[in-house]
Structure formats: structure tokens, C-alpha cells
Design a protein around this ligand. Structure first.
Ligand code: ATP
Length: 459
């Protein structure tokens, strides 16, 4: 079969796609759901779910979505009582036969994972010991998290799972019999090429953080290689993300032809429950002093600090540790086992602060995280010309994903940007304009006022 100019083999599911609007006029549901978090506050989702414009609002129940009873048991066992908006809308489209591709967009923390995991699990023939669903993600941390959702939701099914991440499958393994594979693209290519992963029976191919996975400057080429190794014309392709910038959308449309689409408008990209702030710093060196004063105040919950460079993350971690804070740094220079131990430690609350790079900007779901700090703002083309900061544009998609590590599923969260010169100020202004949301100044000289502002935002 021929490939076209973008490297695609042609594949087109038969059925006609549906366009799904994002605005919704359905009746409010009076149900009140109380979600308990491990953080000090519990969050009542009643208001969110009664507001038809909330991404958590749903008029339906899980029973109405056509799921198998073993999956319903899994869902309820996880403590979910009602679907979120993206689950309500996407699931009937993804579960319909003949299977159709899906490009689904919904804000961070609104339950996209459950939507695609339930689809994967619904399509498996458990009597066949062969890979039938593959989900790829941009980081091992996200792949591990997604796998935990597959295992939890599939608890009452006979599903077998396997990782396609570095060091997970011992060398010498001949063949993987699992039904669901979750991994990262590089390792997946390696396993398929060595025929450890037999993909001849694969029916569903999911890309989480799809815009990132398809980006031509990043993982796009590897992801396309995986796709081209899968059976032609019969695989249901599912792309999910909170963001789909224009330059990736065309490629996504070719990657998942004739897909049903659920899209967000620009002003809907982030959720209201994340309050965005900034702090004025005098210069690069002053940023660290401001950070320290911030942590003198904020002792509740957990937080993530994003930096541009690995060395900055390590340096801040060392200094904060010396000052008695429970912090860890996580980035791509650490080896696989160390990365797993660090994220697990943070997830379990052993470390209160995680200092990191963009490696975990996307997808990571830790409910207790109530603050995200952009110590350095995310910039485009960082690797190309990082000495020439004036020319650099903010990376708005990464910004949206970073701040989305807090405020999960209706919880309150705050994000704080550190700006220290005219350039960083202008970069933040561009983010503000694009998103159409005010980023509010936090007083850095008056500690009481600072504390007050943050407490109010988290109430
Ligand atoms: N229907 C539901 N009821 C209650 N909680 C839910 C429901 N669906 C998902 N959640 C919870 O909401 C949180 C966020 O879900 P998830 O991680 O799937 O978000 P996401 O949309 O994939 O976000 P991101 O864009 O950041 O990857 C998770 O802790 C998940 O367990």
C-alpha cells in the first residue's frame, strides 16, 4: 500500500461522522454528589453538576451509556456516581458499531481517561489472549497512571494488561499475551518490531495527549510509525486532549479520518476552578527568594513547580530540602526506576512539593495538588534558541496543561506565574489574551495579604 506525503497509509472507517457541539441545553440534574479527596477539604460537586455549562455536568447515568455490567461495577467501585460531560458525550459515539474514530477535546481534569479506558475495555474479546487495545502517552508517568485506571475499571473483568514502557518487559520475553497495552511510542515501536507485541488483533488505538503525540517537532513521527504497523482500515483511532492547536488539527484529521469530533472553544480551554495569579520578581535571582516566602505560608496540600531546565529543578530541590521542605525533583535525566519511585512518593504524599520540567506537564492526576508554580514560563522552541529569550513565544498549550495539574474534577486550585522582566511579563500577557482570562497579581511584599489572597482562592 502507498503512503501519502505525510506518511499515512489510507484508512477510512465506513460510517458518517457526527459533529458534536460543546454547548448543551439539557435540564439540570438535582443529584448531589460528594467527592471526598485526601486533601483537607472535600468538594461538593452538586453546583458544578447542576450547571449545564460545567464540564462536569451530565444529564445521563452510567447505565444509560450502554456499558457492560462488569464495567459498571468497576466504575462504581472507583467511587464515580455520574458521568462527566465528556464521558456522557463521547462514550455513546465511541461504543457504537461499526466503530468510528474519535477526536475528543475536554478541559484538564474532566475525566477523559475513563472515557477511552471504558472504550478499550468494551471492545476486548477476553477469550483471545492477544493485544487488542493499545494506548500511548507522552511520558512513562502518564502511562503508569493510565494503566492503574485500566486495572481499576477492569477489576471485575478478566482483562490482562502489559506495559510498553522502558524496562517493563524483561529482555528475552518472546511474546506478550495481554489484551491491553499501555505505553510510550519509542518502546512500543521496539516491541512491535521485535514481534514481542503481536498487533494483528488490535482493534483500538488510543493517543492520550494526542496533540503532543502527533506534534511533528516531537513524538509525531514515532506515533505515526506505530500506527502504520497496525492492521489497516479496521482499527478504531481515538485521540484525546485538552488542547488541539491548529497546526496539529489537520494532522489529527488525517490520522483519525472521518472521526466524530468534540471540540472546545478557545474561551473554554481552562476550568474556572483554577485561579491564576502572578508574582512580580525583581530578577532571576529574586525568584528563589519569592518561592521561599511562598512556601513559608503555604503548608497545606501539595504543589508542583515547573522549571525550564533540569538543572534548575535539581538546584531548587537541593536548596528547599536544606531548608527543611519535603521536596523531590523529577525530570528526564533520571533513570526509569528513580522516576517511578519519585512520582509514587509524591502521589502518596511523602513529598509535598514536586519540582519538575515539562515531562509531567500533561495528564498527571493527583487530587491533593492545590498549587502549580510556573517558576519559568513555558516557551516555544526552547531547545532551538534558549539563549535568545526575547524572540520566544509562550507555549500556551503547555501552560494550559501545567496549570491543569491542579483543580482536578471540580476541586479548587491556584496557579502562580513568576515574572521577572519585561520579556516574561509580555509572554504572560500573551497567555492571558489568548485564554481571555485575567491573571491576578499577588502581593509579594506583604505576607499577610499574600496569604489572604491565596486562602480565598482555595476556599
Ligand atoms: N464520572 C466521574 N465521577 C467522579 N470522578 C471522576 C469521574 N470521571 C473522572 N473522575 C476523576 O477525575 C479526575 C480527573 O480525570 P482524568 O485524569 O481522566 O482527567 P483528564 O480529562 O484526562 O485530564 P488531563 O487533560 O489533565 O489529562 C480523576 O481523579 C478521575 O478519577
Amino acid at each position: 500500500m502507498e503512503k501519502d506525503a505525510d506518511g499515512f497509509y489510507t484508512a477510512a472507517p465506513a460510517a458518517e461522522p457526527k459533529e458534536v457541539a460543546t454547548k448543551d441545553e439539557k435540564e439540570a440534574d438535582p443529584a448531589t454528589d460528594l467527592i471526598k479527596s485526601t486533601f483537607e477539604v472535600s468538594v461538593t460537586l452538586a453546583d458544578q453538576q447542576a450547571d449545564p455549562n460545567s464540564p462536569l455536568y451530565s444529564a445521563k447515568t452510567f447505565e444509560q451509556l450502554g456499558l457492560h455490567e462488569d464495567l459498571l461495577k468497576g466504575i462504581y467501585d472507583m467511587g464515580f456516581s455520574k458521568p462527566s460531560k465528556i464521558q456522557e458525550r463521547a462514550l455513546p459515539l465511541m461504543l457504537a458499531n461499526p466503530p468510528q474514530n474519535m477526536i475528543g477535546q475536554s478541559q484538564s481534569g474532566t475525566g477523559k481517561t475513563a472515557a477511552f479506558v471504558l472504550t478499550m475495555l468494551s471492545r476486548i474479546d477476553f477469550s483471545k489472549p492477544k493485544p487488542q487495545a493499545i494506548c500511548l502517552a507522552p511520558s512513562r508517568e502518564l502511562a503508569r497512571q493510565t494503566m492503574s485506571v485500566v486495572v481499576a475499571m477492569g477489576k471485575f473483568t478478566p482483562v490482562q494488561t502489559e506495559y510498553a514502557i522502558k524496562d517493563a518487559i524483561p529482555r528475552g520475553t518472546q511474546r506478550v499475551d495481554a489484551h491491553v497495552i499501555v505505553g510510550t511510542p519509542g518502546t512500543a515501536i521496539d516491541l512491535i518490531r521485535r514481534k514481542v507485541l503481536d498487533v494483528s488483533e488490535v482493534k483500538v488505538f488510543v493517543l492520550d495527549e494526542a496533540d503532543n503525540m502527533l506534534d511533528q517537532d516531537g513524538l509525531g513521527e514515532q506515533t505515526l510509525r506505530v500506527k502504520n504497523m497496525l492492521p489497516r482500515n479496521t482499527v478504531q483511532i481515538i485521540l484525546f486532549s485538552a488542547t488541539f492547536p491548529d497546526h496539529v488539527r489537520n494532522f489529527a484529521n488525517k490520522f483519525a479520518p472521518n472521526a466524530n469530533k468534540i471540540e472546545l472553544q478557545r474561551n473554554e480551554l481552562s476550568v474556572d476552578n483554577i485561579r491564576q495569579f502572578y508574582m512580580d520578581c525583581r530578577n532571576e535571582q529574586h525568584k528563589y527568594d519569592v518561592l521561599v516566602s511562598l512556601y513559608q505560608l503555604l503548608t497545606i496540600g501539595q504543589s508542583i513547580i515547573f522549571c525550564k531546565q533540569r538543572s534548575t529543578a535539581d538546584r531548587i530541590a537541593q536548596r528547599m530540602t536544606a531548608e527543611g521542605h519535603k521536596v523531590a525533583s523529577l525530570h528526564g535525566a533520571k533513570d526509569a526506576a528513580e522516576r517511578d519511585a519519585i512520582i509514587d512518593g509524591f502521589r502518596e504524599g511523602r513529598d509535598k512539593v514536586l519540582i519538575t520540567t515539562n515531562v509531567i506537564a500533561r495528564g498527571i492526576d493527583i487530587l491533593q495538588v492545590n498549587m502549580v508554580v510556573n517558576y519559568d514560563l513555558p516557551l516555544l522552541n526552547e531547545r532551538d534558541n534558549w539563549n535568545n529569550k526575547e524572540d520566544q513565544l509562550p507555549d500556551i498549550e503547555t501552560y494550559i496543561h501545567r496549570i491543569g495539574r491542579t483543580g482536578r474534577f471540580g476541586r479548587k486550585g491556584i496557579s502562580i506565574n513568576f515574572v521577572h522582566d519585561r520579556t516574561t511579563w509580555e509572554q504572560m500577557e500573551q497567555i492571558e489574551k489568548f485564554m481571555g482570562r485575567k491573571i491576578i497579581r499577588i502581593e509579594t511584599n506583604d505576607l499577610d495579604a499574600m496569604e489572604d489572597q491565596m486562602k480565598k482562592a482555595l476556599k
